[in-house]
Design a protein around this ligand. Structure first.
Ligand code: HSE
Length: 432
């Protein structure tokens, strides 16, 4: 039997759950991998914080970087989650001191990964990050190992558990945004510190950046993302969308279009017929289209201590079984610096909510603007509010496919019309 000595930095939800799992399952881990996992060091911001685990059994380090100097340490598990700062210092020091690294830190990888992967490759070390994307779904190893010789055409999916939970509960239980957010925090899907990143779409975009590198061999470049979060989604849009056969989901997608990279995260209308529409609660799901597979759909728990621990454990297993690590599935020297695709050129269909006065001529004036620009309207609905006759009414329009630039020009013109009372809500319709 071999031993794998690990140090864990960060004892939040995932760190604590990892210790619990190792304590509970070490015999099983042993039987399956012929390895015993020893936790030889732990570190966190506060030693006193109340936790489910008994930390006094372990060797405590006030400064996690000191653990990278332990001669018998094989792996540093970084679960602190800072975009740079101490997390970066820890990983860099680990890789310079010949320690493998397992991390769940998507923000750090998406923003600063190129140098760290280079360092890991140079020193023949693992820098593993299954826990960084989609919680417990084994998407990293699926792309890297299982379909490694497939040419991927497109990856799309729901990559953030918290926002999916919020959108699901707003729709199903008619709860307010704030109430559901608090439940998501209580359930450990997000924290005060993470919540803004989740809601504004940044967390999903961090994960998408990593996936696009694995799929297309692009260098890690968070700046290539177009990002829109869910903070402007109104309960009305959720129910209007439902009326016409769609759910609203925060969808992330990546593909190479005409040699340029298109990384896009935005709330989108997803047809009831699309499996993504049925991905509820804090679940995540990812669809891959490749030259060999029309659709490979993976769904599972995308957030929370236990599911994310499952991914950390799978990285530890991989490290215990291998000597060669192809961390990104591409050699770092082969990564390509793609140009960012211009969003104005994207062709899609759209949902629009236009708040207008309820008077004659409004509909025809709006549709004339669409006709003049060659935009084909698919559906149009006028929804008067009988309880308040003076209130603006919503006109809901769905369009056929159109270039975004043309749509933006028409929207600018319509927003200037005197009977249009607020900024028009525009949401893309997901067509896969
Ligand atoms: N806050 C994240 C989410 C957790 O809600 O998906 C894992 O990244």
């Amino acid at each position: 039997m071999k031993e794998l000595n690990i140090c864990i930095a960060g004892l939040g939800n995932v760190g604590s759950s990892l210790i619990e799992s190792i304590e509970k399952n070490n015999d099983y881990i042993n039987r399956k991998s012929s390895n015993q996992i020893n936790i030889i060091g732990i570190s966190a911001k506060s030693k006193k914080k109340k936790r489910n685990i008994e930390i006094s059994k372990y060797n405590w380090f006030d400064n996690p970087v000191d653990m990278t100097l332990l001669e018998n340490c094989d792996v540093i598990v970084e679960l602190i989650g800072n975009e740079k700062g101490i997390s970066y210092e820890l990983i860099e020091s680990a890789l310079k001191n010949n320690k493998h690294v397992v991390t769940g830190n998507k923000a750090l990888i998406a923003n600063h990964g190129n140098y760290l992967f280079n360092l890991a490759e140079y020193n023949s070390l693992a820098l593993s990050f299954e826990a960084a994307v989609a919680g417990g779904i084994p998407i990293i190893k699926t792309i890297k190992n299982n379909i490694s010789f497939n040419k991927i055409k497109k990856i799309s999916g729901i990559l953030n558990g918290t926002t999916n939970y919020i959108l699901t509960k707003m729709e199903e239980d008619n709860l307010s945004f704030e109430d559901v957010l608090q439940i998501a925090k209580d359930k450990g899907f997000t924290s005060d510190h993470e919540a803004d990143l989740d809601i504004e779409g940044f967390d999903a975009a961090h994960k998408l950046t990593i996936l696009s590198t694995l799929c297309f061999g692009s260098d890690l470049n968070f700046k290539q993302n177009y990002i829109d979060g869910i903070s402007n989604i109104k309960i009305e849009d959720i129910s209007f969308a439902k009326n016409i056969g769609y759910k609203i989901k925060l969808v992330s997608e990546s593909s190479i279009i005409n040699g340029e990279i298109y990384n896009f995260t935005s709330p989108k209308l997803v047809s009831f017929n699309n499996p993504l529409a049925n991905v509820g609660d804090a679940l995540n799901a990812i669809n891959l289209e490749t030259d060999h597979l029309d659709n490979l759909f993976l769904e599972g728990q995308g957030a929370g201590g236990k599911p994310t621990t499952s991914s950390v454990l799978s990285d530890l297993y991989e490290i215990s079984q291998n000597n060669n690590f192809n961390n990104l599935g591409f050699k770092t020297k082969d990564l390509i610096k793609y140009k960012k695709f211009n969003l104005e050129n994207i062709i899609n269909s759209y949902y629009l909510r236009i708040m207008t006065d309820d008077r004659s001529g409004v509909l025809s004036s709006i549709t004339n603007h669409f006709t003049d620009s060659g935009i084909s309207v698919e559906k149009i609905l006028q929804l008067p509010d009988n309880s308040n006759l003076n209130a603006p009414i919503p006109i809901i329009i769905t369009t056929h496919k159109i270039q975004r630039e043309i749509l933006n020009n028409v929207i600018n013109k319509i927003e200037k019309l005197s009977f249009v009372k607020e900024k028009i809500t525009v949401l893309p319709i997901h067509d896969n």
